[in-house]
Design a binder for this molecule. Structure first.
Ligand code: ZN
Length: 318
């Protein structure tokens, strides 16, 4: 089980200061509720009251924000889930006016701009992740250009809105709703703007990630075994089962059988070696290629560590 670290405290402070100022400014400008759906004044008051929870609340708090907004205006997310497209959309309708206004208050495009202040690029640079927190297969490389060398590489992973901004526009700039992830997890095939609903854990949820990775068949005997003869299984437990299904982890991990096979080969090599001269500290490093406590910072780290543990390969042979 692994628990991913969220952002450091200084990031929360910076985020609340910058986005809070924009939020206050826009909310103060929004004085008239004529032409908006009824109960917009109540929604305005609710957003104002929940300012801190919206901007830097953890995912439980964000879900409570959704509940409170839906209690005040149940039609908003219903409308957004089935929002008319193209010419069918009437920009002057009260609901469209409200959505437009919410997009101005919670302006993700502005946060995504590269400027001198606190922005999406800097946020990604501050997070403590090397690997996609959804799939744990792919690196989420980050290279920020030094202002003095304009030719240098500038690259950041996508920021996924865990709770989609197309359905919850008031969570568009919420710190814990912005998850740096790999392009594949963020693609429309995998997550895109799909709503993870109430039951799917957030990667920074308090409960540690609870998944089991296993190879089936005679995994320890690697010689002569082809890819077809064994398979990798990924099982999520409790809510993590839905998480694993949502991100198609079982199918996607099959791609990495060669890497798993490499590790099985290393286990085999150890088992064939003189067990008496094998120090316990060398064993996990040799098998995994990284120290077990670094698993969450390595591509496939949680998969390889779990398989090796399940095979009993990390403890000293009897
Ligand atoms: Zn991913």
């Amino acid at each position: 089980m692994l628990k991913f670290k969220p952002f450091p405290g200084e990031v929360e402070d910076l985020h609340l200061a910058t986005l809070g100022e924009r939020f206050d400014h826009q909310l103060n400008l929004w004085k008239s509720f004529t032409g908006y759906p009824k109960d917009t004044a109540k929604l305005h008051a609710t957003l104002k009251r929940l300012r801190k929870e919206i901007l830097v609340g953890d995912v439980q708090e964000l879900r409570q924000v959704i509940d409170q907004v839906e209690a005040v205006m149940p039609d908003l997310s219903k409308y957004l889930r089935n929002r008319p497209r193209g010419k069918k959309r009437r920009p002057t309708s009260p609901m469209e006016r409200l959505i437009n206004q919410l997009n101005t208050v919670f302006n993700y495009a502005l946060f995504d701009k590269k400027d001198d202040g606190w922005n999406a690029y800097k946020l990604v640079g501050k997070h403590l992740l090397r690997i996609c927190p959804y799939c744990h297969m792919n690196h989420i490389n980050y290279h920020m250009r030094d202002t003095r060398s304009s030719a240098a590489l500038e690259l950041r992973p996508p920021l996924d809105h865990f709770l989609p901004k197309s359905i919850y526009p008031y969570l568009a700039v919420s710190l814990y709703n912005l998850i740096p992830c790999c392009d594949r997890c963020n693609s429309t095939t995998i997550k895109g703007a799909k709503d993870p609903e109430q039951t799917i854990p957030h990667p920074f949820d308090d409960s540690a990630r609870n998944m089991t990775f296993k190879v089936t068949a005679s995994a320890l005997t690697t010689s002569g075994i082809t890819d077809e003869e064994y398979a990798l299984s990924v099982t999520g437990h409790g809510a993590w089962k839905e998480f694993a299904d949502f991100f198609h982890l079982s199918e996607r991990y099959q791609w990495y059988l060669p890497e798993v096979q490499d590790m099985l080969g290393r286990i085999q090599t150890l088992d064939d070696s003189d067990k008496h001269i094998e120090p316990l500290i060398i064993r996990p490093l040799f098998i995994l290629g990284f120290a077990p406590h670094e698993a969450e910072q390595r591509a496939l780290g949680i998969c390889l560590l779990d398989i090796a543990k399940n095979l009993g390969a990390l403890s000293e042979p009897q």
